[in-house]
Write a protein that binds this ligand. Sequence first.
Ligand code: ACO
Length: 431
Amino acid sequence: MSQRTVTLKFSDSDRTIELPIMEGTLGPDVIDTRSLSSQGILTYDPGFLSTASCSSNITFIDGDEGLLYYRGYPIEQLAEHSDFMEVSYLLMHGELPTAEQKVKFVDTVRHHTLLHDLMGSFFRGFRRDAHPMAVMVGTVGAMSAFYRDSSDPFDAKQREVAAYRLLAKVPTIAAWSYKYNLGEPFMYPQNRFDYASNFLYMMFATPSEDYQPNPVLARALDRIFVLHADHEQNASSSTVRVAGSSGANPFACVAGGIASLWGPLHGGANEATLTMLEQIGDASRIGEYIRRAKDKTDSFRLMGFGHRVYKNMDPRAAIMRQTCHDVLNELGLHDDPLFKLALKLEKIALEDEYFVDKKLYPNVDFYSGIVMRAMGIPNSMFTAIFALARTAGWVAQWMEMVASPEQRIARPRQLYTGSIRRDFLPMDQRG
Ligand code: ACO
């Protein structure tokens, strides 16, 4: 079949430009606009609403149908039958591991969980009340200084070691940022536990008492990790790719991803949702907050609602909603006032014309915040846990980007709207 094209026709002249149309295996066609800049034309798309910034074979989303696939596997099947280690392998290597590959992968990650001993002193430079995400941005970035032997993005072996180090050490950093807040001793990772149980152990154990991670909670947490592992070219993954496009080292790139994730419109929404629920405080005030969310003159938004790509139920939210009910049942928390309030808000927003018309469904952050709170995880750790899980995706996206022959430094242009050329004025002629 001959190459399909689209023709741009200028309304003020006879000029036309023909552009090739690219087809992926799934998803919308993409117009290849790369030749435009050499013809003196740029495309304009702030917020990248209509821009495919790269080609990728890692994750697919269909926002209208509410579909999410990692390497072709539907998220529902992975959440049900797989676990985070397997999913991390899948994202990084493109295929599900064999039994032997899985054992080796899990074992390698396990043996990288310890932090360089001097990193403990690095934590101590932060204020005690530092937000865990602030500590994570700083400490993950500082891994560049501690692990220089795996910081060359152009060396395949170093890339692999960096990937293992990030996957293994970010949970230790996240748990220690919490311990540091509490003023409790850092707990070293324990190789006898699985990934999620080990994280619970590092967060909640103390040297003075026996601590056994609850397997139901560990399974729920592992599912949260699976659901958050990757989500194609979202703000934080794009940040990692843009940072990496200049040849920056992987630890610095992932620190950039963590910074981007922190915002309340992205991963910070899980913490912001709980803060909002606490602010609403009582079901009688839901109407007032719904009114504010609809008011264009009020900057308030219903946190945990809406998504750039999903105009249908986010499939992760549907799974997390079920997990939410399972965890609330397991812990006997269905009557907790805050959880009742959350479920009431969900119901009202799902029936409200404004939210229905704009296709604003509860997103994964709405439910994940509730689940984590039910598990006894403090609000300030929600986004850190998201970051921990998304590290698998960031690493996979970064590795794909670095290895791609198409990759060039990310360098967008602009529509300049500033002053035209003018001459410098001496001080006595200004004003
Ligand atoms: N509450 C009230 N109104 C909303 C909300 C909301 N949560 N989200 C979107 N809208 C409205 C906007 O005001 C806008 O209305 P308009 O067309 O009348 O101007 C319309 O819906 C479209 O919203 P945009 O901001 O243009 O959509 P965008 O795709 O840029 O933003 C986003 C998506 C950031 C997720 C937005 O829905 C939002 O702010 N949600 C709350 C924060 C949140 O939960 N973020 C987590 C996202 S999921 C994740 O990162 C894992």
